[in-house]
Design a protein around this ligand. Structure first.
Ligand code: GSH
Length: 79
């Protein structure tokens, strides 16, 4: 399974998800920074239809909302 988290440092909702990733010790989520990676916001808009972050791409399918993302990650622990 491929997991990619679109985020930006200044977003408190992104920090919430990243705090969970750190606390859970998850290293299977690739971070995509929409400020520092020029193609990241384009991909987010093209695939997800909006630029809202955080957004977790789960095998290419976008999931928005920080609390939903955390719940999904909890339900799908690292193998
Ligand atoms: N309820 C959302 C709020 C996310 C949110 O408001 N993100 C802001 C950045 S802090 C954003 O991406 N705003 C731009 C947009 O929605 O296009 C969550 O918990 O993830």
């Amino acid at each position: 399974m491929t997991l990619g988290l679109f985020k930006k440092e200044s977003c408190p909702y992104c920090q919430r998800v990243m705090g969970y990733l750190a606390a859970a010790g998850r290293e299977d989520v690739v971070l995509r920074d929409i400020v520092h990676e020029p193609e990241a916001p384009r991909t987010l808009l093209e695939v997800g239809g909006k630029k809202q972050v955080p957004c977790l791409f789960i095998d290419g399918t976008p999931m928005y909302e920080s609390l939903d993302i955390i719940e999904w990650l909890k339900a799908h622990p690292t193998a």
